[in-house]
Design a protein around this ligand. Structure first.
Ligand SMILES: [Zn+2]
Length: 485
């Protein structure tokens, strides 16, 4: 299938709309950043960035931040590095807004934050067609770890900003570490720091996913990971006997209930509902542990002993559109399948969840605990009333640029949750249509044409967001005191 190209006419129309908005806001237009990045500059910058080894477990964050800093400077932005956690620098590049009301950066206008993470997951070089950190070109695509997730997006932000005329609202680019290992020391640390409130972030963009179709996925929320461990204890026994219940057997009953629930959710992804992955509750068994180890026998475990305990781990993913209480109740139903003698699972004290990390016994011999439970059931509404005028500016710019889109829930966790938890509307998108989803896989790649196409979409979108007229929510009241900066 031919890759749908971004319409040049639509881009021109979008640029004209941004210029008109800027003019209406009393802003001089015309003079863009010092050095607008061309498509060739953008591709060159991307390849250099991809070659910086920011794969875990030893990401070269200093190298990445140093390089990105030079790009921001060349694009007319100021930049500052915040090292909130040792060896994990956060780069913040700023393009000031031209609004003058209220004083301060951008006149107290709420800013537009463009977030990307600098780290990437490891790559097994032997399984790639080309070396994963060489950013080689093959069949019209760049092959590299991070080209989809999400170094291209970071470079596209810089290129787009370099081409925009002066606009009322400040634009911030955050380049954060550690997203691939949970983001606590990256965006988590940034939103908790004294550097965050003065930005007065009104809206943010973050990563999405490529789509094999011509339609872009616009993520307004994400599923929350709940990591559940289940442990059953019982009497040990001889492997030749048939006791009425065993630890492993009871755990098997729980896992059968999990499998039935999992099947129901998977069914919802087919017709007639056709839910996306982000809209259904996910559950997978991620570890199993039982048996009496014995290296002296071929199996490595004693084959004639019934183990006295068995444990399993579940990775549960809860969409923000599903009530947490419903999933907590489902977990108790799964556990009930492992209870014996007519018992059902219930928490001591009648609650629905144990404290994090603490085992809660729900019926004799059966307990569970959470080792991780994200509770940010936030969807960033696309309605004007809920997002200020930001969401309509975003979707209007996509429409004007001829980009078809569908609202969706991100199936996994991203840095967006830290921002949503602070009340910032965040929209996740990767402008990578007609592209197979290859995040974290071998041969992660992106068509070269998609790099430049994406910059033009970001130019339209970021331009529209930074041109959203100031309202009472901007300005001095409730805003940052400039002295904090
Ligand atoms: Zn990512």
């Amino acid at each position: 299938m031919a890759r749908p190209r971004f319409s040049v006419a639509a881009a021109a129309a979008a640029a004209a709309a941004i210029a008109a908005a800027a003019a209406a806001a009393g802003v001089a237009t015309g003079a863009a950043a010092d050095t607008p990045m061309t498509d060739a500059d953008t591709l060159d910058a991307l390849r250099r960035y991809l070659r910086i080894r920011t794969d875990h477990p030893l990401p070269d964050y200093a190298g990445a931040v140093g390089y990105l800093r030079t790009l921001c400077t060349r694009a007319g932005m100021t930049s500052v590095t915040h090292t909130l956690v040792a060896a994990k620098p956060i780069l913040l590049c700023t393009r000031s807004g031209t609004a003058t009301e209220g004083g301060g950066e951008g006149g107290g206008a709420r800013g537009v934050l463009l977030n990307s993470h600098t780290d990437v997951v490891p790559a097994e070089a032997a399984k790639w067609s080309v070396p994963p950190f060489a950013a080689a070109e093959l069949n019209g695509s760049i092959y590299a770890r991070g080209v989809q997730d999400m170094k291209t997006i970071g470079i596209q932000y810089i290129a787009a900003v370099s081409r925009l005329p002066p606009l009322p609202r400040p634009i911030y680019l955050s380049f954060v570490p550690d997203e691939e290992i949970g983001g606590i020391d990256g965006m988590g640390a940034l939103v908790d720091s004294l550097h965050f409130p003065p930005l007065r972030v009104g809206v943010a963009l973050d990563e999405g996913l490529p789509t094999p179709t011509s339609r872009l996925r616009l993520f307004t929320g994400e599923r929350q990971p709940w990591w559940v461990s289940i442990r059953v204890t019982g009497s040990p026994g001889h492997g030749a006997t048939l006791p009425p219940s065993t630890a492993a057997g009871r755990l098997g009953a729980v896992l059968a209930a999990v499998a039935a629930y999992r099947g129901e959710q998977a069914t919802r992804m087919g017709p007639p509902v056709k839910a996306s992955l982000g809209e259904v509750v996910g559950v997978n068994v991620v570890y199993l542990n039982a048996g009496v180890a014995n290296p002296a026998v071929p199996a490595g475990y004693a084959m004639n002993m019934i183990p006295s305990s068995a444990e399993a781990g579940l990775d549960v993913r809860v969409p923000p559109t599903v009530a947490a209480a419903d999933v907590e109740a489902a977990i108790l139903r799964w556990l009930s399948a492992g209870c014996i003698n007519g018992a059902t699972a219930s928490l001591p004290g009648g609650g629905t969840q144990p404290p994090m990390f603490e085992w809660a016994t729900v019926c004799p011999g059966l307990s569970f605990r959470y080792t991780h439970k994200v509770d940010v059931p936030v969807v960033s509404s696309l309605a004007a009333a809920d997002s200020g005028a930001f969401a309509p500016a975003l979707t209007g710019a996509l429409d004007a640029a001829g980009v078809a889109w569908d609202e969706d829930i991100f199936p996994a966790a991203t840095d967006a949750r830290f921002l949503r938890d602070r009340g910032v509307p965040v929209y996740g998108m990767s402008v990578m249509t007609a592209t197979p989803e290859l995040l974290h896989t071998h041969d992660e790649r992106l068509a070269i044409a998609a790099v430049a196409d994406g910059v033009r979409v970001y130019e339209a979108v970021v331009g529209a967001l930074a041109a959203v007229p100031l309202t009472a929510a901007d300005g001095k009241e409730g805003g940052a005191d400039h002295s904090e900066l």
